[in-house]
Design a protein around this ligand. Structure first.
Ligand code: GFB
Length: 311
């Protein structure tokens, strides 16, 4: 992928897509194509076909998706499976039809079985039952992976699938009903601090463990894999470390300087008990995460203040 290549980043306003655009721009890629969802509805097959016909991208980063945290996933399963299957099918079929040279599909660590041995190796895919709270989303992502593999096998395409762990960073969603845990904790503790609230509710028991990767690390990994990975087999992207939700909440509390109490609300779902990715495969081909969690939270909090509380 040379610097003048025509690169389409699908989903460029989201957490992942915006980080990929920042990374590509900082590396000197000048021929980027983007469309907002208002300009191009990727669930619309005719509109997507017309876009690929007129733009003819050479490379595609498929970061457009309907995503959300545990609550949104468990309440809107139909939307999660349907929208994701439509988006990825439209982008993949049109990439094939218009001879895209290489495509990178973004999956998720929730595609693995709920009780997969930890750390989770890539070959655990389809080895057991999925976590119920995000099964529709996971099934859609598994369909996307299988679609990439089947196209590679049948048509000789070069479509790679990467599995990031839980992500966070600039352009994350801070809406408490649909966000993931890290932006939710930042928002709740910031609001509680400025409103002098004595306690903050943390969902679940606090015992589940999650691995958190800063989205700038993810973007660097995606570019690295676009340039250096050719296999149809999926590849994990993570830090190799995880943390309990309780310890994460304590860490966020310290970064924000909130003095109140944390109250665990066990009426809310915990989700999968643990999902630490085995990152030996990506490490062995030469990529490692660089942003530690404390630094990443501090930077994300700064971004949150600048974008949500700028006068
Ligand atoms: O980040 P999260 O929503 O997603 O929740 P998952 C992770 C853990 O944090 C769960 C707890 O145990 C939550 O109960 N948690 C505590 C909170 N307080 C909060 C809060 O205020 N908001 C949220 N959202 N969680 C998602 C999947 O699972 O992970 C998606 O649903 C996707 O499919 C994504 O794969 C990466 O890690 O449980």
């Amino acid at each position: 992928m040379d610097k003048s290549a025509k690169v389409y980043v699908a989903g460029h306003r989201g957490l992942v897509g915006s980080a990929i655009v920042r990374k590509l721009q900082s590396e000197g890629y000048q021929n980027l194509i983007t469309r907002t969802s208002g300009e191009l509805d990727l669930t619309d097959s005719a509109a997507t076909a017309q876009f690929f016909d007129s733009e003819k991208p050479e490379y595609v980063f498929l970061a457009a998706a309907k995503v959300g945290g545990i609550l949104a996933n468990s309440l809107q399963g139909a939307d999660f499976i349907c929208e994701n299957i439509l988006i990825q099918s439209n982008v993949i079929t049109n990439s094939h039809r218009t001879d895209v040279k290489k495509l990178l599909f973004l999956g998720s660590s929730c595609i693995y079985p709920r009780m997969a041995p930890q750390p989770i190796r890539e070959d655990c895919l389809l080895d057991g039952k999925l976590e119920e709270t995000n099964k529709p989303y996971a099934v859609a992502k598994i369909a996307g992976i299988t679609m990439c593999q089947a196209y590679n096998q049948q048509y000789g395409t070069r479509y790679i699938s990467v599995m990031p762990t839980n992500l966070y960073g600039p352009n994350d969603n801070f809406d408490l009903n649909s966000s993931h845990v890290l932006p939710a904790l930042i928002r709740k503790m910031h609001d509680a601090r400025i409103m002098y609230k004595p306690e903050v509710s943390v969902w679940g028991t606090g015992t589940p463990k999650r691995e958190f990767l800063h989205v700038d690390d993810l973007a660097a990994a995606c570019l690295f894999l676009m340039q250096n990975y050719e296999d149809s087999e999926i590849i994990n992207i993570g830090t190799g470390d995880d943390i309990s939700i309780k310890d994460l909440a304590e860490m966020v509390k310290e970064v924000i300087g909130y003095q109140g109490r944390l109250v665990f609300d066990a009426s809310k779902p915990d989700g999968t008990p643990r999902k630490l990715l085995d990152v030996s495969k990506i490490n062995s081909i030469g990529w490692k995460a660089t942003i530690d969690l404390q630094t990443g939270i501090e930077q994300t909090y700064k971004w949150f203040l600048q974008t949500h509380y700028r006068k």
